[in-house]
Design a protein around this ligand. Structure first.
Ligand SMILES: [Zn+2]
Ligand SMILES: [Zn+2]
Length: 156
């Protein structure tokens, strides 16, 4: 889990670094998106902004999220039949809970259950067996029951 909280000043800096002109819409969408850990779709992000009283159209949200994606600030992932946006741009896997449908990030690093080498090995195995195919990236989706739901089950 990521604990960094992006304040307004941090977000302004990030956008300026990417030479993205800061507008009020871009700013509040960035603050929402960079602080999200739930991998929202554009629709969910739009609903969320409307609920918090922002008057912004779906198209604006769409264009702004695409702008952030092209600048490498968020990554686009396809999960549960929806295109979702992930502010965690480090390589990581996703654990999808069948019960609460939450999507958890599983970091990929040397201290974690998955490390980069595992994925590179996997990519090499696939390329060896599927000759003529080139793998650009490997996405790992784990589907099951999350810790929260398992705990709830044992309490009942
Ligand atoms: Zn769960
Ligand atoms: Zn993620």
């Amino acid at each position: 889990m990521k604990l960094t909280v992006y304040e307004k000043e941090d977000v302004v800096k990030i956008l300026k670094n990417k030479k993205i002109k800061v507008t009020p819409n871009r700013l509040y969408i960035a603050i929402k998106l960079f602080n999200s850990t739930d991998h929202p779709s554009i629709d969910e992000l739009h609903q969320n902004l409307i609920k918090s009283g922002k008057r912004v159209s779906f198209t604006s949200v769409y264009n702004i999220v695409k702008l952030f994606k092209n600048a490498g600030l968020v990554q686009e992932i396809m999960l549960q039949n929806k295109i979702r946006y992930d502010a965690n741009i480090t390589p990581h896997a996703h654990f999808i809970c069948r019960k609460c449908e939450k999507i958890w990030d599983v970091q990929i690093d040397d201290n974690s259950i998955l490390n980069r080498e595992d994925l590179i090995n996997f990519k090499n195995i696939v390329e060896e067996k599927l000759s003529g195919y080139k793998v650009d990236s490997v996405e790992v989706n784990l589907i099951g029951i999350c810790k929260d739901c398992s705990n709830k089950n044992s309490e009942a």
